[in-house]
Design a protein around this ligand. Sequence first.
Ligand SMILES: C[S@@+](CC[C@H](N)C(=O)[O-])C[C@H]1O[C@@H](n2cnc3c(N)ncnc32)[C@H](O)[C@@H]1O
Length: 229
Amino acid sequence: MCEELEHCELGTQEYWNNRYQEEVKNYQSHGDVGEIWFGEDIVDRIIKWMKTAHSEKSCRVLDIGCGNGMLLIELYNEGFKNVVGVDYSENAITLAKSIATKLQCNIEFSVCDIIDENIKLSDFDVILDKGSYDAISLSFNAKENRNKYIENVHKILKATGILIITSCNWTQEELIEQFKTHFDLKECIPTPEYKFGGKVGNIVTSIVFKQKINIENYLFYFILNTIHY
Ligand SMILES: C[S@@+](CC[C@H](N)C(=O)[O-])C[C@H]1O[C@@H](n2cnc3c(N)ncnc32)[C@H](O)[C@@H]1O
């Protein structure tokens, strides 16, 4: 069992809206795209993994809590054109749209709360999350919200789909434990290591999950496909 994190302002929509309001102003005044969470190196590692392990560039990709949209913009420039970004902060979406338009990237960005019970998204091959599950883990009622997140991601991802989640709040083992009801570990993307007191650890964890294959999943997708055709 993982202990819950103490909730704080980073777990609130108000915090992100205010923060992105400032970032929109900065972008408009001097073209600064704002923070690249966890740094460029992590972005490069995710993209490198996508290019080698998931070579199908037409795959449908969703970035949850896309913020300024830079991860998708980088992916788009690497040839992944079927990409969508969502964030529950309207100001984040305003910022992402402005940057993408300026850089001539035809990416769909929209406002969406990933833990919404009536979520309208579906059928993604790849879902990316860099820091958004972390933010949800810092919300009030975090455990409930984390479970809603896991259920929704499971629902909107294809049966053969993968989830790539990058976190600085949870270790690899904790994420595997939390996601085990709906996901199995596929792979860990190596992240920079640090040494402290003779122990080696990672500050950031980047992990690839695949949908858990169980009889319910098989039946669900069998019925869905039968209805489609
Ligand atoms: C640490 S930032 C990371 C932003 C972006 N992924 C990046 O790497 O630059 C967390 C993001 O998650 C978004 N977020 C938090 N909770 C969310 C939710 N329930 N639904 C959608 N987005 C959410 C925030 O608005 C914020 O943009």
